[in-house]
Write a protein of this length. Structure first.
Length: 243
């Protein structure tokens, strides 16, 4: 069966009497996949911000800990829209640092001037710009999103460490002190009481427990430890309810 070609008609929503921003929000919330950002789950709509204003849409990737702060504007984008998008992203990442956050700017028209500005921000902030097009086909309407700027992929610490030079105990005793290096031994002894079999490995930047994401940062007068915990939906839900 051959399909009949139909030329779509573009509709500008900025001054449309029926299809307003709330309508666009609802369509995206119903079918987040139309953004082209992967398998997203809606977390919130019109999310109140501590310093005033409301974030249009908040999504989380179904297979990772990445959250997307989405701001929508009908018509052409402007400086206030860009600033608001970045501000809401900044608020959310500070409130919930356990997630990776990405700002998403949506507008019907992103002119070359603002495209350059957004591109400059994109060097330092994970920022995606989507140009939205409303198309009428017969008696139906559709929304098409085109990614005009993608978030710059930043390297993870573990990826950078793959090329780091492996060091020994003598290096760390020289760089720090024998006392602070000794704290690593004491910490390892404590861990061995609950999980025997660990050993210490080290690079020029930190000591780590082999095959586990636990790190010891040994300095001249201080000792810091950190770890990356596995993600559980129950824990995420509990954190989301915290102020």
């Amino acid at each position: 069966m051959s399909l009949k070609f139909v030329k779509p008609e573009r509709i500008l929503l900025a001054n449309h009497p029926e299809y307003r921003e709330k309508w666009v929000q609802d369509r995206i919330a119903e079918a987040p996949s139309i953004l082209g950002l992967g398998d997203l789950v809606l977390q919130d709509k019109e999310r109140s911000q501590p310093r005033g204003g409301r974030l249009d849409l908040l999504f989380q990737d179904a297979e990772s800990s990445t959250r997307y702060e989405v701001e929508i504007m009908l018509g052409s984008t402007d400086e206030s829209h860009i600033v608001r998008t970045i501000e809401y992203w900044d608020v959310e990442r500070k409130r919930f640092p356990q997630y990776d956050h990405c700002a998403v700017l949506v507008a019907e028209d992103i002119t070359s001037r603002w495209l350059n500005v957004v591109g400059l921000f994109n060097r330092f902030i994970p920022l995606i710009a989507l140009q939205m097009t409303a198309l009428k086909v017969g008696d139906q309407i559709s929304l098409v999103f085109t990614k005009v700027i993608d978030a710059m992929s930043l390297g993870m610490p573990d990826e950078d460490e793959e090329v780091q030079e492996v060091t020994d105990r003598a290096y760390w005793e020289t760089r720090a002190t024998k006392n602070t290096v000794g704290l690593s031994d004491e910490m390892l002894d404590l861990i061995a009481m609950f999980a025997p079999g660990f050993r210490l490995g080290s690079s020029k930047f930190h000591s780590s427990l082999a095959e586990h994401e636990r790190r010891f940062k040994v300095l001249k007068s201080t000792f810091r430890t950190g770890m990356r915990l596995p993600q559980f939906p129950e824990r995420d839900a509990e954190i989301d309810t915290m102020d």
